[in-house]
Design a protein around this ligand. Sequence first.
Ligand SMILES: C[S@@+](CC[C@H](N)C(=O)[O-])C[C@H]1O[C@@H](n2cnc3c(N)ncnc32)[C@H](O)[C@@H]1O
Length: 296
Amino acid sequence: MKNKPSGARSNDRSKNKQSNMSLHATARRNILHTAGDGTRTDHSGGKRISLPYAACELKRYIAISYRKQILKVSTILNGVFKLGTMPKDPYRKFVAIYDLVIGPTNFIIKKSRLNLVPPIPGMKVLDVGCGTGADLKSYGEAGCEMYGIDLSPSMLERAQIKFGGSADLRLCDAAHTPFQDRFFDLVLSTYTLHEIPYKKRSSVINEMIRVVKDDGNLLLTDFHTGPIRFPGGWIDKTFITFLEILAGREHFLNGHDFLARGGLQGLINLHQLNVESKRIISGGNVALFLLRVASN
Ligand SMILES: C[S@@+](CC[C@H](N)C(=O)[O-])C[C@H]1O[C@@H](n2cnc3c(N)ncnc32)[C@H](O)[C@@H]1O
């Protein structure tokens, strides 16, 4: 490659200088007006955006979308975990998976329950704390009249979907039900009493006693004080304890208090109910009591 002579090189430099100057001049000529909004108009009448202005706009856009994203994320988290608000319906979080998790355990209870009280068509059955309606279903399928009450709107909504209009479901507290005295042939309640606070537990039993017919029955199923059999009972106990912790502090403490006061047997003694039959399942963790009101 040949080196250019120094004169030629200085010629090149002056040519470059000239062309650069003409470029700047052209650019300057092109920019005629800078508007208040930061846009500049060229000869052709089109709008151009200056670099500092574009950078400013980009920064503003990023800030706005960042704020929007943060708002979206916090709304989603709040929906899932109910952050910052006390959950009014503690079952809302679990309702979607409730039947999936509790369904298999309910299957064993269902067998014992139907053995203790076989359904008779036309029989009036009330489920106290009916939840998603799994227990009522087995009586409904046999032609019984189904009534259910629950405090959780989300659980009751699930039951409503299951039954359509074939069950009378009410959103109410088990301590104050809208039913008339001695109306039901069977009042059943599964896994509900242990989560009711101590002060209200007796009112709930009194309400069950009020609405059951003289020749009717109460069928209560809940956690039992043991003894727990090894190893099956201990495996079940671990699973139950895990679910109780997951259900929240208040639920857990009520359950602990329920067992400390003797579980269902403690309530039966307190209300002088007659035990017609009893089944212990889940290795000693769960008890079913078929009861009759003592004065009957
Ligand atoms: C563990 S779930 C059991 C649901 C159903 N019985 C089952 O075995 O799948 C307990 C249910 O009792 C309801 N419950 C708790 N306290 C209640 C009250 N004071 N009155 C009515 N229902 C109540 C809850 O909303 C929940 O649906």
